[in-house]
Design a protein around this ligand. Structure first.
Ligand SMILES: Nc1ncnc2c1ncn2[C@@H]1O[C@H](COP(=O)(O)OP(=O)(O)OP(=O)(O)O)[C@@H](O)[C@H]1O
Ligand SMILES: [Mg+2]
Length: 318
């Protein structure tokens, strides 16, 4: 069976004052139906741009090369109106900042039901059910209320309900819980897992938090400077990393995987995805680097057990 989402050789460049700059460099990634897949990486590594590419939400002048297939359909090169049905029922997105997803002047009920495409009473019933699943108290009353009448954590859950209202098969969630306190975050993560199990929902979950990644995702991709450094089953990647960058990320966590705190800096500055380097982007910060690492970027190669690694040296890491 082929994956629900299959990204092959994806490259994205954006216009900048100094010309077109390639930000995503030859990305391969897949998500099976009913699977939660995580993308982790430091700020500027290209996580959000990858998400925006999958929904054709890039800024004007962006150039996309390679292939993105969703449910067997090629998305790269689709016409604007063809994107409407991809966003309509296929792929939905929820962002870190829920206020950008909710319209302040429209009631929750209007925002939940406007794109359902079913009759009024059915839409209402479905909206109530969705809010109930999101643990919003008194859903019937909530439908008549406006975003400002809810707390930040509730707004985030309402934004999630709106994203799910059209029954997408893939939800792209870009740091949806980063701004929330730990208990609300745990509730949302549990909910996503429940939806995956019951509804066959696939989720592409973006986070810089390795604790969240290990709690939620079956498989993980570690991004650095617009490339995948390492991928595989989340447990394998986080307990037995093969890439010096993944190991450094794990080492940089103040209290191991058991907390939800964010990363402390790895020595040296992170390379932004927009920077152009001839070799491995992590080479300037890597204690294992050899001469060849600075010359050309290492290819991402399979290393067994469904894992892939972009490191020429592949040192023994403990
Ligand atoms: N509109 C744009 N024009 C030019 N460059 C951009 C644009 N948006 C992002 N970039 C560059 O692309 C790189 C990746 O950005 P992206 O937003 O995908 O990072 P990210 O991994 O989501 O980081 P964060 O964890 O901070 O959200 C950044 O280094 C940024 O400089
Ligand atoms: Mg981002």
């Amino acid at each position: 069976m082929s994956p629900l989402l299959e990204v092959e050789g994806l490259a994205v460049s954006l216009p900048t004052p100094s010309g077109q700059v390639q930000v995503i460099k030859h990305l391969d990634l897949y998500v099976n139906s009913g699977e939660i897949v995580g993308i982790a990486g430091e700020s500027g590594s290209g996580k959000s741009l990858t998400a925006l590419t999958l929904l054709n939400l890039l800024p004007p002048g962006a150039v996309v090369e390679g292939s993105v297939r969703f449910d067997g359909r090629e998305l790269v090169g689709l016409e604007r109106r063809e994107w409407q049905d991809v966003r309509g029922g296929g792929i939905a997105m929820v962002f870190q900042d829920s206020s950008s997803a909710l319209h302040p002047m429209l009631s929750i009920g209007t925002q939940l039901t406007e794109h359902m495409g079913v009759g009024r009473s059915e839409a209402r019933a479905r909206a109530v059910e969705l809010l109930d699943r999101m643990r919003i108290p008194r859903p019937e009353t909530a439908l008549r209320r406006y975003p400002h009448q809810f707390s930040g954590g509730m707004r985030q859950r309402i934004a999630l309900a709106i994203a799910l209202a059209r029954r997408p098969r893939l939800l792209i969630a870009d740091e949806p819980t980063t701004a929330l306190d730990v208990t609300v975050q745990a509730g949302i993560l549990a909910l996503l897992e429940e939806l995956r199990r019951d509804g066959d929902l696939a989720v592409l979950f973006i986070t810089h938090d390795l604790g969240v990644l290990s709690a939620l995702a079956q498989r993980a991709y570690v991004f650095y400077a617009g490339r995948v450094m390492e991928s595989g089953a989340t447990g394998d990647v986080l307990t037995a990393p093969r890439h010096p960058y993944t190991a450094a990320l794990l080492g940089a966590r103040p209290h191991g995987l058991s907390t939800t705190r964010s990363l402390r800096a790895i020595p040296g500055s992170p390379v932004s995805a927009a920077e152009v380097l001839p070799g491995c982007p992590f080479q300037p910060r890597c204690t294992f680097a050899e001469d060849a690492c600075a010359a050309t970027p290492p290819p991402v190669l399979p290393i067994g057990d469904g894992r892939a690694l972009a490191c020429r040296v592949a040192p023994e890491l403990t």
